[in-house]
Design a protein around this ligand. Sequence first.
Ligand code: TYD
Ligand code: MG
Length: 454
Amino acid sequence: MAKVKTTFFCQNCGAQAAKWVGKCNSCSEWNTFVEEVIQKETKKAVLGSTNGRVKTPQKIADVAVSAEKRILTPDQEFNRVLGGGIVPGSIVLVGGEPGIGKSTLMLQLAITSSKKVLYVSGEESEQQIKMRAERLSKTPAQCFILTETSTQNIFQQIKGLKPELLIIDSIQTLHTASIDSSPGSISQIKECTAELLRFAKETSTPVFLVGHITKDGHIAGPKILEHMVDTVLQFEGDRNHIYRLLRSTKNRFGSTNELGIYEMQGSGLREVENPSEILISSNTGEPLSGISIAATMEGMRPMLIETQALVSTAAYGTPQRSATGFDLRRMNMLLAVLEKRCGFKLGAKDVFLNIAGGLKVDDPAIDLAVVCSVLSSSEDIEISANTCFTAEVGLSGEIRPVNRIDQRIFEAEKLGFSTIFISQNNLKGLNKSKLKIKIVAVKKIEEVFQRLFG
Ligand code: TYD
Ligand code: MG
Protein backbone atom coordinates (compact mmCIF):
# COMPACT_ATOMS: atom_id res chain seq x y z
CA MET A 1 0.00 0.00 0.00
CA ALA A 2 1.26 3.41 -0.89
CA LYS A 3 2.33 5.52 2.01
CA VAL A 4 -0.19 8.23 2.87
CA LYS A 5 1.40 11.56 2.23
CA THR A 6 0.13 14.64 3.96
CA THR A 7 1.07 18.27 3.82
CA PHE A 8 -0.11 21.35 5.66
CA PHE A 9 -1.63 24.20 3.69
CA CYS A 10 -2.41 27.75 4.72
CA GLN A 11 -6.12 28.32 4.05
CA ASN A 12 -5.51 31.98 3.49
CA CYS A 13 -2.67 32.10 0.99
CA GLY A 14 -2.08 28.50 -0.01
CA ALA A 15 1.46 28.28 1.38
CA GLN A 16 2.71 24.75 2.14
CA ALA A 17 4.60 23.45 5.14
CA ALA A 18 5.81 20.03 6.12
CA LYS A 19 4.47 20.37 9.65
CA TRP A 20 1.79 22.37 11.40
CA VAL A 21 2.64 25.94 12.28
CA GLY A 22 0.54 28.43 14.23
CA LYS A 23 1.39 31.45 12.15
CA CYS A 24 1.81 31.41 8.39
CA ASN A 25 5.26 32.55 7.34
CA SER A 26 4.13 34.03 4.08
CA CYS A 27 0.92 35.85 4.97
CA SER A 28 1.34 36.18 8.76
CA GLU A 29 -2.19 34.91 9.47
CA TRP A 30 -2.73 32.87 12.62
CA ASN A 31 -4.34 29.47 12.80
CA THR A 32 -4.82 28.99 9.10
CA PHE A 33 -2.88 25.75 8.56
CA VAL A 34 -4.82 22.55 7.90
CA GLU A 35 -3.56 19.09 7.14
CA GLU A 36 -4.45 17.62 3.78
CA VAL A 37 -3.78 14.24 2.31
CA ILE A 38 -2.08 14.51 -1.03
CA GLN A 39 -1.38 11.48 -3.09
CA LYS A 40 -0.96 11.76 -6.77
CA GLU A 41 -1.35 8.52 -8.71
CA THR A 42 1.04 9.22 -11.50
CA LYS A 43 3.34 12.04 -12.13
CA LYS A 44 1.83 13.93 -15.02
CA ALA A 45 3.99 15.21 -17.83
CA VAL A 46 5.24 18.66 -16.93
CA LEU A 47 3.31 21.41 -18.69
CA GLY A 48 5.42 23.12 -21.31
CA SER A 49 7.30 20.07 -22.53
CA THR A 50 4.30 18.79 -24.46
CA ASN A 51 4.81 16.08 -27.07
CA GLY A 52 8.56 16.26 -26.67
CA ARG A 53 8.68 19.37 -28.83
CA VAL A 54 11.29 21.85 -27.77
CA LYS A 55 10.30 25.48 -28.04
CA THR A 56 12.83 27.93 -29.35
CA PRO A 57 12.67 31.69 -28.86
CA GLN A 58 11.26 33.64 -31.77
CA LYS A 59 11.00 37.30 -32.61
CA ILE A 60 7.76 38.82 -31.41
CA ALA A 61 7.28 40.42 -34.82
CA ASP A 62 7.37 37.00 -36.44
CA VAL A 63 4.65 35.48 -34.28
CA ALA A 64 1.65 34.84 -36.47
CA VAL A 65 -1.62 36.00 -34.96
CA SER A 66 -4.81 34.51 -36.15
CA ALA A 67 -7.48 37.13 -35.60
CA GLU A 68 -8.88 36.21 -32.23
CA LYS A 69 -12.55 35.54 -32.75
CA ARG A 70 -14.66 36.31 -29.75
CA ILE A 71 -17.91 34.59 -29.00
CA LEU A 72 -20.63 37.17 -28.49
CA THR A 73 -23.38 36.40 -26.02
CA PRO A 74 -26.83 37.99 -26.26
CA ASP A 75 -26.04 39.72 -22.97
CA GLN A 76 -24.41 43.05 -23.84
CA GLU A 77 -23.34 43.79 -20.28
CA PHE A 78 -21.57 40.46 -20.05
CA ASN A 79 -19.76 41.01 -23.35
CA ARG A 80 -18.65 44.41 -22.20
CA VAL A 81 -17.23 43.21 -18.89
CA LEU A 82 -15.32 40.45 -20.67
CA GLY A 83 -13.77 43.06 -22.95
CA GLY A 84 -15.92 42.38 -26.01
CA GLY A 85 -17.13 38.80 -25.81
CA ILE A 86 -15.81 35.42 -24.72
CA VAL A 87 -12.30 34.54 -25.87
CA PRO A 88 -12.02 30.91 -27.05
CA GLY A 89 -9.89 28.83 -24.73
CA SER A 90 -10.14 31.33 -21.91
CA ILE A 91 -10.93 30.40 -18.35
CA VAL A 92 -13.07 32.79 -16.35
CA LEU A 93 -13.70 32.73 -12.62
CA VAL A 94 -16.94 34.28 -11.36
CA GLY A 95 -16.95 35.04 -7.64
CA GLY A 96 -19.60 36.43 -5.36
CA GLU A 97 -21.47 36.08 -2.11
CA PRO A 98 -23.97 33.26 -1.65
CA GLY A 99 -27.35 34.06 -3.10
CA ILE A 100 -26.16 37.03 -5.12
CA GLY A 101 -27.07 35.34 -8.41
CA LYS A 102 -23.95 33.63 -9.76
CA SER A 103 -25.83 30.48 -10.73
CA THR A 104 -28.61 32.54 -12.25
CA LEU A 105 -26.13 34.54 -14.33
CA MET A 106 -24.37 31.41 -15.54
CA LEU A 107 -27.57 29.51 -16.31
CA GLN A 108 -28.86 32.51 -18.19
CA LEU A 109 -25.65 32.51 -20.22
CA ALA A 110 -26.05 28.79 -20.84
CA ILE A 111 -29.63 28.89 -22.06
CA THR A 112 -29.40 32.03 -24.15
CA SER A 113 -26.19 31.13 -25.94
CA SER A 114 -26.43 29.84 -29.46
CA LYS A 115 -23.45 27.57 -28.81
CA LYS A 116 -23.62 24.06 -27.41
CA VAL A 117 -23.20 24.56 -23.68
CA LEU A 118 -22.56 22.09 -20.91
CA TYR A 119 -23.61 23.35 -17.49
CA VAL A 120 -22.09 21.20 -14.76
CA SER A 121 -23.56 21.68 -11.32
CA GLY A 122 -22.28 20.16 -8.14
CA GLU A 123 -24.72 22.10 -6.01
CA GLU A 124 -28.16 21.57 -7.44
CA SER A 125 -30.11 18.67 -8.88
CA GLU A 126 -31.34 18.49 -12.47
CA GLN A 127 -34.88 19.28 -11.32
CA GLN A 128 -33.76 22.35 -9.46
CA ILE A 129 -31.84 23.60 -12.47
CA LYS A 130 -34.80 22.90 -14.73
CA MET A 131 -37.09 24.82 -12.40
CA ARG A 132 -34.72 27.74 -12.38
CA ALA A 133 -34.42 27.63 -16.17
CA GLU A 134 -38.21 27.74 -16.42
CA ARG A 135 -38.29 30.79 -14.18
CA LEU A 136 -35.90 32.49 -16.51
CA SER A 137 -38.49 31.81 -19.22
CA LYS A 138 -36.08 31.68 -22.08
CA THR A 139 -36.16 28.91 -24.62
CA PRO A 140 -33.01 26.89 -24.14
CA ALA A 141 -31.28 26.36 -27.44
CA GLN A 142 -28.54 23.82 -26.92
CA CYS A 143 -28.02 23.62 -23.22
CA PHE A 144 -27.01 20.38 -21.55
CA ILE A 145 -26.90 19.92 -17.82
CA LEU A 146 -24.88 17.49 -15.79
CA THR A 147 -24.81 17.02 -12.05
CA GLU A 148 -21.42 15.61 -11.35
CA THR A 149 -18.49 16.47 -9.15
CA SER A 150 -15.71 14.19 -10.30
CA THR A 151 -13.54 15.82 -12.94
CA GLN A 152 -12.69 12.46 -14.49
CA ASN A 153 -16.37 11.75 -15.11
CA ILE A 154 -16.93 15.27 -16.39
CA PHE A 155 -14.13 14.92 -18.93
CA GLN A 156 -15.52 11.58 -20.04
CA GLN A 157 -18.91 13.19 -20.74
CA ILE A 158 -17.24 16.09 -22.49
CA LYS A 159 -15.51 13.69 -24.86
CA GLY A 160 -18.86 12.44 -26.11
CA LEU A 161 -20.77 15.71 -26.06
CA LYS A 162 -18.06 18.07 -27.33
CA PRO A 163 -19.54 21.26 -25.88
CA GLU A 164 -18.44 24.65 -27.20
CA LEU A 165 -18.73 26.25 -23.78
CA LEU A 166 -18.30 24.71 -20.35
CA ILE A 167 -19.71 26.09 -17.12
CA ILE A 168 -18.74 24.67 -13.73
CA ASP A 169 -20.90 25.57 -10.73
CA SER A 170 -18.85 25.61 -8.51
CA ILE A 171 -15.13 24.90 -8.46
CA GLN A 172 -15.30 24.22 -4.72
CA THR A 173 -17.55 21.19 -5.25
CA LEU A 174 -15.27 19.45 -7.74
CA HIS A 175 -12.85 16.72 -6.89
CA THR A 176 -10.28 14.83 -8.85
CA ALA A 177 -9.29 11.24 -8.23
CA SER A 178 -5.63 12.05 -8.58
CA ILE A 179 -5.58 13.78 -5.21
CA ASP A 180 -6.80 12.29 -2.01
CA SER A 181 -8.28 15.18 -0.07
CA SER A 182 -11.85 16.35 0.33
CA PRO A 183 -13.60 18.64 -2.20
CA GLY A 184 -13.10 22.30 -1.49
CA SER A 185 -9.66 21.81 -0.01
CA ILE A 186 -6.81 23.83 -1.38
CA SER A 187 -4.99 21.03 -3.15
CA GLN A 188 -8.25 19.84 -4.78
CA ILE A 189 -9.21 23.30 -6.01
CA LYS A 190 -5.73 23.81 -7.41
CA GLU A 191 -5.60 20.47 -9.19
CA CYS A 192 -9.16 20.64 -10.58
CA THR A 193 -8.50 24.12 -11.94
CA ALA A 194 -5.25 22.95 -13.49
CA GLU A 195 -7.11 20.09 -15.23
CA LEU A 196 -9.78 22.44 -16.54
CA LEU A 197 -7.13 24.91 -17.63
CA ARG A 198 -5.39 22.22 -19.63
CA PHE A 199 -8.73 21.24 -21.19
CA ALA A 200 -9.52 24.86 -22.09
CA LYS A 201 -6.16 25.53 -23.71
CA GLU A 202 -6.00 22.22 -25.56
CA THR A 203 -9.49 22.36 -27.05
CA SER A 204 -9.97 26.15 -27.22
CA THR A 205 -13.20 25.76 -25.30
CA PRO A 206 -14.02 28.65 -22.98
CA VAL A 207 -14.60 27.55 -19.38
CA PHE A 208 -16.51 29.47 -16.70
CA LEU A 209 -15.93 28.62 -13.08
CA VAL A 210 -18.19 29.77 -10.28
CA GLY A 211 -16.22 30.40 -7.10
CA HIS A 212 -17.39 30.89 -3.54
CA ILE A 213 -16.03 33.75 -1.56
CA THR A 214 -14.89 33.89 2.03
CA LYS A 215 -16.23 36.10 4.78
CA ASP A 216 -13.87 38.92 3.93
CA GLY A 217 -14.79 38.92 0.28
CA HIS A 218 -11.91 36.99 -1.28
CA ILE A 219 -12.44 34.01 -3.52
CA ALA A 220 -12.27 30.89 -1.37
CA GLY A 221 -9.24 28.77 -2.03
CA PRO A 222 -5.68 29.65 -2.69
CA LYS A 223 -4.69 32.97 -4.18
CA ILE A 224 -3.00 30.97 -6.91
CA LEU A 225 -6.46 30.20 -8.31
CA GLU A 226 -6.76 33.82 -9.38
CA HIS A 227 -3.33 33.66 -10.98
CA MET A 228 -4.20 30.55 -12.96
CA VAL A 229 -7.35 31.83 -14.63
CA ASP A 230 -7.45 34.44 -17.41
CA THR A 231 -10.25 36.56 -16.04
CA VAL A 232 -11.73 37.09 -12.60
CA LEU A 233 -15.22 38.54 -12.43
CA GLN A 234 -16.80 39.68 -9.22
CA PHE A 235 -20.58 39.67 -8.95
CA GLU A 236 -21.66 41.99 -6.20
CA GLY A 237 -24.49 44.02 -4.82
CA ASP A 238 -26.64 44.33 -1.76
CA ARG A 239 -28.86 41.31 -1.39
CA ASN A 240 -31.66 43.53 -0.13
CA HIS A 241 -31.52 45.64 -3.25
CA ILE A 242 -32.27 44.51 -6.75
CA TYR A 243 -29.15 45.86 -8.44
CA ARG A 244 -26.15 43.68 -9.12
CA LEU A 245 -22.80 44.80 -10.43
CA LEU A 246 -20.49 42.61 -12.44
CA ARG A 247 -16.93 43.85 -12.55
CA SER A 248 -13.70 42.31 -13.65
CA THR A 249 -10.82 42.43 -11.20
CA LYS A 250 -8.44 40.73 -13.59
CA ASN A 251 -8.70 40.39 -17.33
CA ARG A 252 -6.00 39.21 -19.69
CA PHE A 253 -8.13 40.14 -22.70
CA GLY A 254 -9.55 43.51 -21.81
CA SER A 255 -9.77 46.39 -19.41
CA THR A 256 -10.65 45.87 -15.77
CA ASN A 257 -12.49 49.16 -15.70
CA GLU A 258 -15.62 47.81 -17.29
CA LEU A 259 -18.76 47.36 -15.32
CA GLY A 260 -21.97 45.48 -16.01
CA ILE A 261 -25.19 46.36 -14.25
CA TYR A 262 -28.12 44.02 -13.77
CA GLU A 263 -31.45 44.13 -12.09
CA MET A 264 -32.59 40.96 -10.31
CA GLN A 265 -36.19 40.34 -11.24
CA GLY A 266 -38.63 37.54 -10.65
CA SER A 267 -37.69 36.19 -14.04
CA GLY A 268 -33.92 36.42 -13.75
CA LEU A 269 -31.34 39.08 -14.34
CA ARG A 270 -32.18 41.95 -16.63
CA GLU A 271 -29.48 44.08 -18.22
CA VAL A 272 -29.57 47.71 -17.20
CA GLU A 273 -28.49 49.83 -20.14
CA ASN A 274 -28.96 53.21 -18.61
CA PRO A 275 -27.99 52.97 -14.93
CA SER A 276 -28.43 56.66 -14.15
CA GLU A 277 -32.16 56.56 -14.71
CA ILE A 278 -32.74 53.97 -12.04
CA LEU A 279 -30.31 55.43 -9.55
CA ILE A 280 -32.11 58.72 -9.36
CA SER A 281 -35.24 57.89 -7.47
CA SER A 282 -36.61 61.28 -6.54
CA ASN A 283 -37.65 62.37 -10.00
CA THR A 284 -41.21 62.34 -8.84
CA GLY A 285 -41.72 66.07 -9.07
CA GLU A 286 -41.44 67.86 -5.77
CA PRO A 287 -37.87 68.52 -4.64
CA LEU A 288 -36.92 67.45 -1.13
CA SER A 289 -34.23 68.80 1.13
CA GLY A 290 -31.19 66.63 1.78
CA ILE A 291 -31.01 65.21 -1.72
CA SER A 292 -28.39 65.96 -4.33
CA ILE A 293 -27.19 64.23 -7.47
CA ALA A 294 -23.57 63.35 -8.16
CA ALA A 295 -22.08 62.66 -11.58
CA THR A 296 -19.72 59.79 -10.80
CA MET A 297 -17.77 57.26 -12.83
CA GLU A 298 -17.81 53.56 -12.16
CA GLY A 299 -14.83 52.32 -14.11
CA MET A 300 -15.38 53.69 -17.58
CA ARG A 301 -19.10 54.32 -17.18
CA PRO A 302 -20.55 57.63 -16.13
CA MET A 303 -23.39 57.26 -13.66
CA LEU A 304 -25.57 59.79 -11.96
CA ILE A 305 -26.24 58.78 -8.40
CA GLU A 306 -28.48 60.26 -5.78
CA THR A 307 -27.04 60.99 -2.35
CA GLN A 308 -29.38 61.52 0.56
CA ALA A 309 -28.51 63.11 3.88
CA LEU A 310 -30.42 63.65 7.08
CA VAL A 311 -29.09 66.10 9.64
CA SER A 312 -30.95 66.40 12.92
CA THR A 313 -30.24 67.52 16.46
CA ALA A 314 -28.75 64.71 18.48
CA ALA A 315 -31.18 63.27 20.97
CA TYR A 316 -28.43 61.93 23.18
CA GLY A 317 -25.04 63.27 24.18
CA THR A 318 -22.91 61.74 21.47
CA PRO A 319 -24.13 62.51 17.97
CA GLN A 320 -24.56 59.59 15.62
CA ARG A 321 -22.83 59.38 12.30
CA SER A 322 -23.75 56.75 9.82
CA ALA A 323 -23.09 56.28 6.12
CA THR A 324 -24.42 53.63 3.77
CA GLY A 325 -22.51 53.16 0.53
CA PHE A 326 -19.95 55.80 1.44
CA ASP A 327 -16.81 55.70 3.56
CA LEU A 328 -17.72 56.86 7.07
CA ARG A 329 -14.26 58.30 7.71
CA ARG A 330 -14.48 60.35 4.56
CA MET A 331 -17.90 61.63 5.59
CA ASN A 332 -16.50 62.67 8.98
CA MET A 333 -13.73 64.48 7.21
CA LEU A 334 -16.17 66.34 4.97
CA LEU A 335 -18.25 67.29 8.01
CA ALA A 336 -15.13 68.66 9.68
CA VAL A 337 -14.38 70.73 6.58
CA LEU A 338 -17.92 72.13 6.64
CA GLU A 339 -17.58 72.98 10.28
CA LYS A 340 -14.21 74.69 9.91
CA ARG A 341 -14.71 76.43 6.54
CA CYS A 342 -18.39 77.28 6.48
CA GLY A 343 -18.99 77.65 10.17
CA PHE A 344 -21.73 75.02 10.39
CA LYS A 345 -22.09 73.62 13.86
CA LEU A 346 -22.52 70.01 12.92
CA GLY A 347 -20.67 68.77 15.98
CA ALA A 348 -23.87 68.35 17.97
CA LYS A 349 -25.95 66.94 15.11
CA ASP A 350 -26.77 63.42 14.01
CA VAL A 351 -25.77 62.94 10.39
CA PHE A 352 -27.03 60.04 8.28
CA LEU A 353 -25.94 59.55 4.71
CA ASN A 354 -27.28 57.14 2.16
CA ILE A 355 -26.34 56.42 -1.43
CA ALA A 356 -29.42 55.38 -3.38
CA GLY A 357 -29.72 51.95 -4.96
CA GLY A 358 -27.50 50.15 -2.45
CA LEU A 359 -24.38 51.06 -4.37
CA LYS A 360 -20.99 51.63 -2.85
CA VAL A 361 -19.18 54.58 -4.34
CA ASP A 362 -15.42 55.09 -4.17
CA ASP A 363 -15.18 57.83 -6.76
CA PRO A 364 -14.05 61.01 -4.93
CA ALA A 365 -16.13 63.06 -7.36
CA ILE A 366 -19.15 62.32 -5.19
CA ASP A 367 -17.72 64.53 -2.38
CA LEU A 368 -19.37 67.74 -3.50
CA ALA A 369 -22.78 66.10 -3.77
CA VAL A 370 -22.38 64.63 -0.28
CA VAL A 371 -21.47 68.02 1.13
CA CYS A 372 -24.40 69.67 -0.65
CA SER A 373 -26.91 67.11 0.54
CA VAL A 374 -25.70 67.62 4.12
CA LEU A 375 -25.97 71.39 3.76
CA SER A 376 -29.38 71.09 2.16
CA SER A 377 -30.70 68.92 4.97
CA SER A 378 -29.11 71.04 7.65
CA GLU A 379 -30.60 74.25 6.23
CA ASP A 380 -33.79 72.51 5.14
CA ILE A 381 -33.57 74.11 1.72
CA GLU A 382 -34.03 71.83 -1.24
CA ILE A 383 -31.65 71.75 -4.18
CA SER A 384 -33.22 71.98 -7.62
CA ALA A 385 -33.74 68.52 -9.11
CA ASN A 386 -32.08 69.72 -12.31
CA THR A 387 -28.74 70.38 -10.67
CA CYS A 388 -25.92 67.92 -10.28
CA PHE A 389 -22.40 67.99 -8.87
CA THR A 390 -19.08 66.48 -9.69
CA ALA A 391 -15.94 67.46 -7.75
CA GLU A 392 -13.71 66.36 -4.95
CA VAL A 393 -13.55 68.43 -1.76
CA GLY A 394 -10.14 69.05 -0.22
CA LEU A 395 -9.26 69.54 3.43
CA SER A 396 -9.15 73.30 3.19
CA GLY A 397 -12.55 73.44 1.54
CA GLU A 398 -11.16 73.79 -1.97
CA ILE A 399 -13.08 72.22 -4.82
CA ARG A 400 -10.73 69.91 -6.65
CA PRO A 401 -10.89 68.71 -10.25
CA VAL A 402 -11.88 65.18 -11.25
CA ASN A 403 -10.96 63.01 -14.22
CA ARG A 404 -13.05 62.44 -17.36
CA ILE A 405 -14.99 65.62 -16.81
CA ASP A 406 -16.39 65.77 -20.34
CA GLN A 407 -17.89 62.31 -20.05
CA ARG A 408 -19.58 63.25 -16.79
CA ILE A 409 -20.95 66.49 -18.16
CA PHE A 410 -22.14 64.78 -21.30
CA GLU A 411 -24.01 62.16 -19.28
CA ALA A 412 -25.63 64.83 -17.12
CA GLU A 413 -26.74 66.71 -20.20
CA LYS A 414 -28.06 63.54 -21.79
CA LEU A 415 -30.22 62.91 -18.74
CA GLY A 416 -31.72 66.37 -18.89
CA PHE A 417 -29.90 68.20 -16.11
CA SER A 418 -29.70 71.93 -16.62
CA THR A 419 -26.85 72.86 -14.26
CA ILE A 420 -23.68 71.10 -13.18
CA PHE A 421 -21.20 72.25 -10.54
CA ILE A 422 -17.57 71.48 -11.32
CA SER A 423 -14.19 72.62 -10.10
CA GLN A 424 -12.67 75.76 -11.58
CA ASN A 425 -9.59 73.72 -12.41
CA ASN A 426 -11.65 71.41 -14.61
CA LEU A 427 -12.50 74.28 -16.94
CA LYS A 428 -9.14 74.15 -18.69
CA GLY A 429 -9.40 72.43 -22.02
CA LEU A 430 -13.13 71.94 -21.71
CA ASN A 431 -14.99 72.69 -24.90
CA LYS A 432 -18.17 74.35 -23.72
CA SER A 433 -19.43 75.56 -27.09
CA LYS A 434 -21.41 72.43 -27.88
CA LEU A 435 -22.92 72.05 -24.43
CA LYS A 436 -26.39 73.22 -23.55
CA ILE A 437 -26.05 72.46 -19.85
CA LYS A 438 -25.02 75.40 -17.64
CA ILE A 439 -21.60 74.85 -16.09
CA VAL A 440 -20.92 76.45 -12.75
CA ALA A 441 -17.20 76.42 -11.99
CA VAL A 442 -16.36 76.92 -8.33
CA LYS A 443 -13.17 77.16 -6.29
CA LYS A 444 -14.24 77.03 -2.68
CA ILE A 445 -16.97 75.34 -0.71
CA GLU A 446 -18.21 78.75 0.55
CA GLU A 447 -18.88 79.72 -3.06
CA VAL A 448 -21.05 76.65 -3.59
CA PHE A 449 -23.03 77.50 -0.49
CA GLN A 450 -23.52 81.09 -1.68
CA ARG A 451 -24.72 79.99 -5.09
CA LEU A 452 -27.09 77.33 -3.86
CA PHE A 453 -28.67 78.95 -0.86
CA GLY A 454 -27.79 82.62 -1.40
P1 TYD B 1 -28.38 32.19 -7.14
O1 TYD B 1 -28.09 32.34 -8.58
O2 TYD B 1 -28.84 30.87 -6.66
O3 TYD B 1 -27.17 32.68 -6.26
P2 TYD B 1 -25.71 32.04 -6.07
O4 TYD B 1 -25.53 31.00 -7.10
O5 TYD B 1 -24.81 33.24 -6.25
O6 TYD B 1 -25.67 31.54 -4.68
O7 TYD B 1 -29.45 33.33 -6.79
C1 TYD B 1 -30.38 33.12 -5.88
C2 TYD B 1 -31.18 34.36 -5.61
O8 TYD B 1 -31.67 35.01 -6.73
C3 TYD B 1 -32.33 33.91 -4.80
O9 TYD B 1 -32.26 34.52 -3.55
C4 TYD B 1 -33.53 34.32 -5.56
C5 TYD B 1 -33.06 35.23 -6.60
N1 TYD B 1 -33.69 35.01 -7.90
C6 TYD B 1 -34.60 35.94 -8.36
O10 TYD B 1 -34.92 36.93 -7.69
N2 TYD B 1 -35.18 35.74 -9.60
C7 TYD B 1 -34.89 34.66 -10.37
O11 TYD B 1 -35.41 34.52 -11.47
C8 TYD B 1 -33.94 33.72 -9.88
C9 TYD B 1 -33.59 32.50 -10.69
C10 TYD B 1 -33.38 33.93 -8.66
MG1 MG C 1 -25.24 28.96 -6.83
